[in-house]
Design a binder for this molecule. Sequence first.
Ligand code: BG6
Length: 488
Amino acid sequence: MPSITVEPCTFALFGALGDLALRKLFPALYQLDGAGLLHDDTRILALAREAGTEQQHLAHIEKELRSYVGKELDESIAQRFLARLTYVHVDFKNADDYTALAEKVGSEQRLIAYFATPAAVYGAICENLAKAGLAENTRVVLEKPIGSDLESSRKVNDAVAQFFPENRTYRIDHYLGKETVQNLIALRFANSLFETQWNQNYISHVEITVAEQVGIEGRWGYFDKAGQLRDMIQNHLLQLLCLIAMDPPADLSADSIRDEKVKVLKALAPISPEGLTTQVVRGQYIAGYSAGKPVPGYLEEENSNTQSDTETFVALRADIRNWRWAGVPFYLRTGKRMPQKLSQIVIHFKEPSHYIFAPEQRLQISNKLIIRLQPDEGISLRVMTKEQGLDKGMQLRSGPLQLNFSDTYRSARIPDAYERLLLEVMRGNQNLFVRKDEIEAAWKWCDQLIAGWKKSGDAPKPYAAGSWGPMSSIALITRDGRSWYGDI
Ligand code: BG6
């Protein structure tokens, strides 16, 4: 039996026939049901504006659920879960449609409204929910992207805030729901071993890589307007950077954690015009090989515009202007069509202050803490030891002290990020969600970068699909006398 209790709710999913809902949200809700984490009285309303009957739409949702959950689907859980579902036709901008919705919702339990729709309609949905008397006590969940710059994100946030206060607004960054990302908090603040070393006295630099093997996967229309900086850096990578760089919060409450994260974002040094060429690399993939098969370039993907200069890769060096991190670069790198899917943070510790071993081994002397978010979630600390053997003298070797989550907790399935996030919304716990001022501080930093790019007019650098990005992303780090960890 689960050790936590979750109150009953009516979970209204706007955009229920969209890719995110079908691929991630219904399967996550199903898993929560299977884990005994949905209250018996919880109901799910699938809301969409597509024509068709309730029966057709529910059948489609069921078919997709079966395919995404796959072989592990348990028939009795599936039946219980599907019995919770109702389909309601709602044109999100039409106030009249919300009257019918209000009847289905009733007043006995809390409403959770999840917006898996474009952010442009969030304001209209909120207004219509309020008009239909459905705003009081309701929690709203906003998917990213919230806006495409500071100004547009403010508009969306302000439109929502007219009807829903911040403490009932849950902004999703699904990276915050990943098990290992949450482990960063435990690792940092439950181990005094690390916290005493966690600053510029002991750490030389930090790498954050979020590489994807996939390309655009039919999302060209959305992606081309966004690009990798808006799609990945503004949210996921900056959130990871905040969790690594923030000061210890006073407690685990949502606001204590978020206060510390905002301080980091505000301390990020803006990238200067010269920095645009030395500190940042934009790339776009051209045709190459992925998993041994030929794949097209970004400009040859389905529905592409062959003139696009949208970036599919970004590498950059970020500097944090505070006492803890002065002089410690954070190298961020993310791209589509990289050789493998890999999200990993590497903390590089400084060399010992006095070196007594053979000079030729000096280069490999530095401890590294490697936090693997996906795949093979785990943490490994590379420490120096001596090679075994009479003939080895004091030859050093770097070896891992390793904690692999899937081996260690073999029986436990690692939950998908959305399972955790949906559960936390139902529990009313906001600490895995992004506050308005965090989003705005992140946009502010990214906006100056985007403005710089626009002004320079430089095209992104090509890189072959299946490679680690343009050569200049290697130069970016080697210029500082370092290299990306583990690149082959
Ligand atoms: C999403 C981006 O937020 O994150 C996608 O919009 C990206 O472009 C995805 O593919 C990556 O998420 P994950 O969990 O697969 O690393």
